[in-house]
Design a protein around this ligand. Structure first.
Ligand SMILES: [Fe+2]
Length: 271
């Protein structure tokens, strides 16, 4: 039986790696990434199941699945404008990902699959800070949150519950980490300025996380609410998916900067 030993969530600001390399030790987001990294290193996971929203790198409007799991042996970063970071390659956990796909279909979650993916900043910016050795295989699970209509937050929560059941039933002994990538409130490319964020919404989400009311987040994160919180605020769906797998565990680290939340859960006791 495998086990979820940790979970974490961070934003994936594309220019953060360059900002930090230009001013090491001086920026709050670097310190927050380091805090999350300490929790992950303590948990010593064998695989990271990554929940992210594809940013039109792997998918486009000609085919944008609501959910898709990457069943991959390995993948590499793809160059992206505005994201100056090292080129990485990463192993996938193909056998476990294929089993997760099967388990999802049997549980009435119609996940698409991709046997080739390009690793974009939404995965690689967090991992650049949190697993800089890039030695932990990943299973990427994408949602179509950036190409509304998006799957509902409640559906994402249920998907997270299914992933937890899958991990607990899996015949391997892997120590599993879960990663939520994305911001809670953010506008990119206008009409509002990128410095704008919906502070009351961020505080509401943080307050619910602090007391472990994850279903409360899923209930409140309607399509209308997320669109009002910014044109990429559907990234919260990645968090609500992880919430579904937490079984109510309270966060061991929680902080935020503007519309970005950073959090980590130590789940070694099996919660
Ligand atoms: Fe994003």
């Amino acid at each position: 039986m495998a086990k979820i030993v940790t979970a974490f969530g961070t934003p994936h600001t594309p220019f953060l790696p360059e900002q930090v390399s230009n001013a090491p030790g001086q920026l709050k987001p670097e310190a927050m990434m380091n805090e999350v990294r300490e929790h992950l290193e303590k948990a010593k996971p064998d695989v990271i199941i990554v929940f992210t929203s594809d940013h039109f790198v792997n998918f486009f409007y000609n085919h944008f699945p609501a959910f898709c799991v990457g069943v991959i042996d390995e993948a590499e970063t793809t160059p992206e404008t505005g994201c100056n970071m090292p080129h990485y390659s990463l192993q996938g956990h193909k056998r476990m990902a294929a089993a997760l796909h099967r388990a999802a279909l049997r549980s009435n979650f119609d996940l698409a699959t991709a046997q080739e993916v390009k690793l974009e900043h939404t995965i690689m910016v967090p991992l650049h800070f949190i697993t800089p050795d890039m030695n932990i295989p990943i299973i990427p699970i994408y949602n179509g949150g950036l190409a509304p209509p998006a799957p509902s937050a409640r559906r994402c929560y249920s998907l997270g519950r299914m992933v937890r059941r899958f991990v607990e039933d899996w015949d391997g002994g892997e120590r599993v980490a879960l990663m939520a990538s994305g911001s809670v409130s953010l506008e990119v490319g206008g009409p509002r300025d990128t410095s704008w964020f919906d502070e009351p919404w961020v505080e509401t989400v943080k307050g619910l996380i602090r007391k472990g009311d994850y279903q409360g987040v899923a209930r409140r994160a309607t399509e209308e609410k997320m669109l009002a919180a910014g044109n990429v605020a559907h990234e919260l769906l990645n968090w609500t998916t992880v919430f579904g797998a937490l079984d109510g565990a309270l966060p061991d680290y929680l902080d935020s900067q503007r519309g970005s939340v950073f959090a980590a859960w130590d789940l070694e006791d099996g919660r």
